[in-house]
Design a protein around this ligand. Sequence first.
Ligand SMILES: [Zn+2]
Length: 304
Amino acid sequence: MKEKKNRKRFNNSRRSNFIKLVKIVSLLVVIGIIAFIGINKGINSFANMATSQNSDKKDVIENPSEDEKKEFGEVPLINDNRGVPVICFHSINDDPSVKSPIIISKDKFRTQLQAIKDNGYTTLTMAQLNDYLFKGKAIPEKSVVLTFDDGYRDNYTNVFPILKEFNMNATIFVIQSYLDRDGYLTTDQVKELSSSGIIDIESHTISHIDLPTMSYEDQLKELKNSKEKLESLINKPIISIAYPEGKYNDDTKKAFSEVGYSMGFTTERGYADRDDNSAELNRICVDYTYKPKDILKVLKNLKK
Ligand SMILES: [Zn+2]
């Protein structure tokens, strides 16, 4: 009887040991599976990181030519289709009597440019942008184009000195018939800006009229006459146009080709890249609400 009881106790303890063992083994198996998945994920993400780093490296031109170095200095150059942010400003003015979202104070503008400079961006000229987009030429990895619409007089009094100080290039799209009017650039200022080598003067039409409301013939006149009159004023080719309010239609594009512009700018938000039609290049319009960090976000993160 006693022996029977002992055997039963022995059997019971063997069973409970067996259950413990099963529990431990299954726990180990579960841990093993989790560890396996974890390590695998780690390896994969590491591998992904390595490839993306490699592909980033591949994008930067390893041995820039002497011409490229001379043009852009010792900055990393790229020649892929990542595109360029073309920023659109209007008026930079502290006059409290005029209020509009497109008017940015001088101090604010200075902080925006400071952020662009501190982060190592190169400001491209119109010719450099055109060469990159349509002639397969390289540009700095960090490139931006600064443009100003309408040709306000403050572009001469307020913008020009700051650009000189920061050693930056920019483009002013002037409304040809507005030159010498109150608040707009004078013809002498336009000539001086153009010959400074810092500013490209380009067309914003003759009269700033809503192009899609006009006939093809009238649009053609706006595009052709502004180009010719500005060319004879500055004695340089006018290669680009910004459509008033960014508005255009098929006739505008037809006139654009007929007149022989190289680049046409809209106000549609996005980067200008090599997939864009040359008559429909995107820009990013900024206003007085843009802090330096918002400008940098536009330069780094904006997708098409
Ligand atoms: Zn305009």
